[in-house]
Ligand binder design. Structure first.
Ligand SMILES: [Zn+2]
Length: 341
């Protein structure tokens, strides 16, 4: 793990300076005057986060996929939601469920449920970690079975899987001072399909759960210092560029995440391009709720038409695209940032 390497590096540096001072102490018995030491440069002590467990995150993704597609208004969706609530509670979170009714692009009323796991709810200083837990009701970018829902192992499953593993780590470790809210937004991926009619309101057909929450958070007056969204964060060879909406609202959080990824040796995933702004949950959390939020999202503009990967919104978005190396890179990067907040 990168965090362990960094820890070892710090230990070595600290060890050598201790040895130096030890020699100085012995020297004080000699008659030679010892030169005054210049004060050391201030050292920013890097705190090691606990190691992320990609096997655990992978298992959380597999469990979600095993429920079947998590499309609002289905029994599979209800069952998976119940399981998410139970898992967060098992890890020690105080869980709040936010059920609601929202209208989809085609007029369908969706029974949605945002799920909020609060760690240290008494702490006013908070960080918001979020992902969407619903899956796309269509495979509208596929050539086959376009009207059938997808597994959503990457789109939906991966962000939730990583955050459940982070919740497990936070619940097992009492050294973190800041309060954390892990939020699973519903009804993100019910937006107007490729075959649907587009108009100026099409952007608002996405992210219905985060729009609902941003207009009426789970607690009156809720605030967080910043938010981090994980979306499509598990595919093999994933590429995370600096997403435009994140750069508009939360450039300093993007910098912290990308700097942490570099330090931990994950530069092959976290790239330097700035992509156009996307419509994703971080937009509504930033704009409506006023919490500057950064999105770690697999997105490459060089790969047309959309750059979210060839499996995006197709039946190929299943467990076979998930890579533990990618889960490790994202999980350790997020942990490093919140541990060094
Ligand atoms: Zn999607």
């Amino acid at each position: 793990m990168g965090t362990r390497l960094m820890g070892r590096f710090l230990a070595l540096a600290l060890g050598s300076s201790l040895a130096f001072w030890g020699c100085g102490g012995a020297d004080s018995t000699s008659t030679k005057p010892s030169p005054r030491q210049a004060p050391p440069d201030p050292v920013i002590v890097h705190k090691d986060a606990p190691a992320f467990n990609a096997d655990s995150a992978y298992a959380y993704i597999a469990q979600q996929v095993a429920f079947g597609p998590r499309v609002p208004n289905t029994l599979e969706h209800v069952a998976c939601g119940d399981w998410l609530v139970a898992e967060l509670a098992r890890h020690g979170a105080e869980v709040i469920e936010q059920p609601g009714l929202v209208r989809a692009f085609d007029g369908t009323i969706l029974r949605m449920r945002n799920i909020i796991g609060q760690f240290r709810p008494e702490n006013r200083e908070r960080i918001l970690l979020f992902a969407h837990w619903d899956t796309r009701p269509f495979a509208d970018k596929d050539t086959l079975r376009q009207r059938e829902p997808i597994d959503g192992a990457n789109d939906g499953g991966s962000g939730v899987g990583i955050l459940l593993e982070i919740a497990r780590i936070i619940g097992a470790d009492s050294t973190l001072d800041v309060g954390i809210d892990v939020v699973f937004f519903d009804a993100e991926d019910y937006g107007t399909p490729e075959w649907g009619e587009k108009n100026q309101n099409t952007a608002l057909t996405w992210c219905l759960g985060s729009q609902y929450w941003a207009n009426q958070p789970h607690r009156i007056g809720y605030n967080a210092k910043y938010g981090i969204l994980l979306d499509m964060v598990g595919a093999e060879g994933a590429v995370f560029n600096k997403e435009g909406t994140s750069m508009a609202y939360a450039p300093s959080i993007v910098k912290r995440l990308w700097d942490a990824a570099d330090r931990l040796g994950y530069g092959e995933f976290f790239k330097r391009d700035i992509t156009p702004e996307t419509i994703d949950d971080n937009l509504f959390v930033s704009e409506f709720a006023g919490i500057p939020s950064a999105n770690i999202v697999h997105y490459q503009v060089q790969v047309l038409p959309m750059g979210y990967g060839p499996f995006h919104h197709t039946h190929a978005d299943n467990l076979s695209v998930i890579s533990k190396e990618t889960l490790d890179a994202v999980g350790n990067t997020v942990l490093d940032v919140i541990w060094n907040d």
